[in-house]
Every structure is written in C-alpha cells, then in structure tokens.
Design a protein around this ligand. Sequence first.
Ligand code: ASP
Length: 359
Amino acid sequence: MLNYYQTVNISTAAGYIADTSIFVIYTGGTIGMDYDKEGKHLKPFDFQQIIDKVPELRRFEFELTLLSFDKPIDSSDIKVHQWLNIARVVYDFYNDYDAFVILHGTDTMAYTASALSFLFDNLAKPVILTGAQLPIGVPRTDARENFITALEIAATKRKNGLPMVPEVCIFFDTLLLRGNRARKVQSNNFTAFASENLPPLAVTGIEISYNESLILPHPEERFDIFSKMDENVGLLKIFPGISQKYLEHFLSTPDLRGIVMETYGSGNTPTDDWFIGALKEAVDSGIHILNVSQCNGGAVVPGMYESGRRLQEIGVISGGDITPEAAITKMMFLLGNEPDPQLIREQLGISLRGEMSLR
Ligand code: ASP
C-alpha cells in the first residue's frame, strides 16, 4: 500500500521560487537498495535519505516531493491493486505538480508503465518511470544518472510552455521509450529496455534530443483515471509440442475472460484441428483471444499464412505489433472497464494509447 502522508519535500536550490514541481513516487526495486552492514545482502534503504545518496538533487531548480511505498517492494511482487494505487496518487496530486517520476524495479517496469498508460485518460503531464541495474549505494551505479535524467526530462517544456512528453514513459540508460512499447531485454547490462517497434521518444547524450513527431499530442479533454482492472486473464505461449491436455486445462481456468496468445513470427500457431477447435470453443464461449507475436520486432499479420487465416476465421483478434506486456494490461483494463463485448473486441484491435502502430 501507499502511505499518502509519507511525503517528503526535498530541499533543492529552487527554494520557494520554483516554477517546476515534480512528484516522485518510490515503489522499490534495485534503485533504492544498499548493502547491509556485512556488505553481503541488498536491502531497501530509507528513501527519505535520498539526498545523501544523490546530493546532485540539491542543485535542481525545481521543487521535488517524494512519496514512498510503506514497504518498498521488489517489482516482481507488484500486484494490480498497486497499479491502481499509483494511478490514484497521480490523480490526487495531478493539479499540484507539473510532472511525475516513478522509481520502480526493472523486472516489471514495462508492465506497470503499460498498465498506467491505460488507466490514465487524457494524460497531459509527463509520468516517467525509471530504475537501475545497480543499487544507488554502489559506486558504479546507473541509478543516479537514470534518476537525474528522468527528472530533467519530466521538467522539460516546449516553447509554448506545455510539457515536452505528456505520456507514460520509461527512461533508462540513454533512451526515453513509450512505456507501453518498452520491454526489458537485458538483465545484466545498463541498456535494459528496448522498444523494437517504435523508435525512442528521446535519446540522451551531451544533449537530450527529442523525436517530437513521435510524442503523443497534448490532449484537450480533462484528465481522469480508470479505477478497475480485471485479473481474469491468461497468457498462453505457444511452443512446438504443446499438448491438447495442456491447452484444454489452460482454457478451462475458472472465470477466464481474456487470453493473450503469444504466437510464432507474424502470428502463426499449429493448425491441428484439436488446437483450432479448442480455441474456437473458447472464443464462442465469450473469451477474448488477442494474438501477439513472440518476436520483439514486427507484427502479427492476420491471414499472411494459412495458420493465421484460420485464427482470424474463428475470431482471434490481431494485436498487430503490441508487446505482450501492453497486451495483457490492455486486456485487464478493457475487461475491467468496458461492459460491451463487441467494443472490447474492437478496442483490442486498435491503438488506444499509442501501444500499437496504426494500420
Ligand atoms: N528484482 C528487481 C526489481 O524488479 C530488479 C531491479 O530493480 O532491477 O525490483
């Protein structure tokens, strides 16, 4: 749970004259860890002491407020209710701050970023997630760079005074990626995230160069959040040798409402009658099946091969070039908020928050 009252104002060079304010939410992950006294095990440190670890924060000219999870977590423990809580906190503080930075473990950062992108409606301010491969307390850490640059990106405005990136993004190493396009692709080098199907929204070097034509437009409508997600979903990865027993067991999961099916290449699966038949039965019973590719780059192209054509015929929906992380969170979001099954089907096949390329 998030403790609403544990916010800490960090004293920066801005004093009372800051014209930019950033709200930082610390959820846990390697970024906030340090070695215990014996120097053996990594433990979360009290993030209120962040200024001791990153004294550079004092030099920023903007106001920084920090809110921490009561109990920082390894992001492999994140749950749907915590996504809803984070969305709620952003909503509650939305009018008081110019931007939000979320410090998060890398393991599920792409899921959290995707989930938040769907939960926010008409987001007009930056929400930048970042983390680190090495704890902030170790000398070679990437945490300081990532955190400081994420803050700088969050604070950047266009000439007309509007925020540069009114989107949920992941900043890591040198890349600013759309959150619902990013995947964790490396567990031991600093370039941990990639977005094969959409170029970075910005690349950092001596300067930060933004790819403005890719950034989502600034919405006109009022910001709001959705407060539900349905967890009755499943992820089915196809592999050679998948058995009828396995598939039928999976499909008979009680209350299952939506499946993200990770298929080969441009959306292909086995064509055995028992396989297609079992999927057809599931679709006919009202389960939504979204076809996404196991490849990092490229897209599902329905009907390109015989197997894809058969899936299309039985009502499997093409997810185009969506990532599995965005697909599963989009499914939870639509099932939680859209009562009409026909509209769920339609919205699974189109881009809602820039998560798929327009076709
Ligand atoms: N297991 C950690 C987490 O996701 C890894 C990291 O932060 O990089 O919380």
